[in-house]
Design a binder for this molecule. Structure first.
Ligand code: ATP
Ligand code: MG
Length: 379
């Protein structure tokens, strides 16, 4: 309940104001001088104070000075009661930070209007403060997230870059120092190790840069009109070449007109999902890429018949560096899906992953057909 404190030495006036306010449903307390008023403020921290100026022991100006200098009470709305002749007094009070004043004799409606408008203003101010606090909080959380990612990127650099670098170093040492003693087969084995490690390092570096660009918001979102069927079929064809028919990659699409998408981001989405589907399914299995238009969305589904994802890992898949236990035999950094998620979010789309261990995984991406670029928002 809203608490109001009335500080007034003239008992009839004080009682009248207290009664009016009680009748309106406020929780009201009346006291007879400034000193008692300050005590009541410290005890009850009222929502509004109505205070006479000329009073024994401690006058209204002193009361106002005291509460405006205390951070806990400085925001409480303060209304002066004053005799009509007290113009200088009123000016002094307003300069000290009073919110309003009522000149004696005042009517019931004058008091109520002043009280209501001050309380309404207080509510608005509190909502604005809360808004600002919420904005600051979310900015803080966002900054904290970015810092967490940076810390992990640095840790990743120092840890995961060491292994492939050590492999490159050891294989190149063997080739250089034992060139005459190793067989051609062994030499190829070491050269392959060097190639594989360099590819892994380049991939990791590319993914980190992509993720850093996405997370920092530096990557411009640039949708353009694109024949998505052609575009994705092209990516599927690239993967067929890399996969060397180890899997049967099926592509089907019912989309036959151009759509607004960001090609760079769509390439990231498709190639990461396709690379996962191939990497996490045994040779000979089918991988299907399906493209349809439904409910004003493009729906891209990449499905495999591979190792699947443990149920308890599903909620963490989009966290940078997360890799499920059953995936650790295959090489990877755990950054792919977080890049996919960011690219999908940039399109104001969504992604879902359904999976069953040893049965397979389906990644479903929805991208709205009419997606706006930031430039479109500028009038
Ligand atoms: P990279 O950064 O090289 O892509 P990654 O493939 O391990 O590494 P993500 O693509 O982010 O990383 O995938 C995260 C994890 O999700 C994988 O490590 C794997 O555990 C699981 N996962 C993703 N797709 C599949 C899939 N099709 N089948 C089984 N597990 C998958
Ligand atoms: Mg991946």
């Amino acid at each position: 309940m809203t608490r109001i404190l009335v500080i007034e030495d003239e008992a009839p006036i004080r009682d009248e104001v207290v009664d009016w306010l009680l009748f309106e449903g406020y929780d009201v307390r009346g006291v007879g001088n400034g000193r008692l008023g300050i005590e009541a403020i410290y005890q009850e921290s009222p929502d509004l104070i109505i205070c006479d100026i000329a009073m024994p022991e401690m006058d209204g100006h002193q009361v106002l000075l005291e509460i405006r200098s205390n951070v806990n009470f400085a925001h409480i709305p303060f209304i002066f009661l004053t005799a009509s002749a007290d113009r200088d007094s009123v000016r002094k009070g307003m300069n000290l930070g009073a919110d309003d004043y009522l000149t004696k004799p005042f009517t019931h409606s004058e008091v109520m209007n002043a009280v209501r408008s001050r309380l309404d203003l207080k509510l608005i101010q509190e909502a604005q403060w809360q808004n600002r606090i919420d904005m600051l909080n979310s900015a803080l959380i966002e900054e904290h997230e970015k810092n967490r990612l940076k810390t992990r990127l640095v840790a990743m650099f120092s840890h995961d870059f060491r292994n492939p670098l050590a492999l490159i170093l050891s294989s190149s040492n063997i080739i250089r120092n034992y060139e005459q003693r190793i067989t051609t087969e062994q030499k190829h084995y070491h050269l392959d190790r060097i190639d594989g490690s360099v590819t892994f390092l380049v991939q990791m570096l590319d993914e980190m840069l992509m993720l850093a660009e996405l997370e920092s918001g530096n990557l411009a979102f640039a949708p353009e009109s694109l024949d998505i069927t052609d575009f994705i079929e092209g990516i599927v064809e690239e993967f067929r070449l890399i996969d060397q028919q180890s899997h049967k990659i099926v592509f089907q699409s019912t989309l036959n007109h151009p759509m607004q998408v960001d090609p760079k981001l769509l390439r990231q989405i498709t190639s990461n999902l396709l690379s996962n589907a191939l990497k996490y399914s045994p040779p000979g299995m089918n991988v299907t890429v399906t493209l349809i238009e439904k409910d004003e969305h493009i729906r891209l589904v990449v499905a495999d018949q591979g190792i699947g994802i443990p149920k308890d890992s599903l909620p963490q898949l989009f966290e940078p560096f997360y890799r499920a236990k059953n995936a650790r035999n295959a090489s990877g950094t755990g950054l792919g899906l977080s890049i996919v998620r960011d690219c999908v979010t940039r399109h104001q789309g969504k992604i879902e992953i359904e999976s069953e261990i040893d049965k397979g995984t389906r990644c479903i991406v929805w991208l709205p057909c009419s997606v706006k670029s930031k430039l479109d928002d500028i009038p």
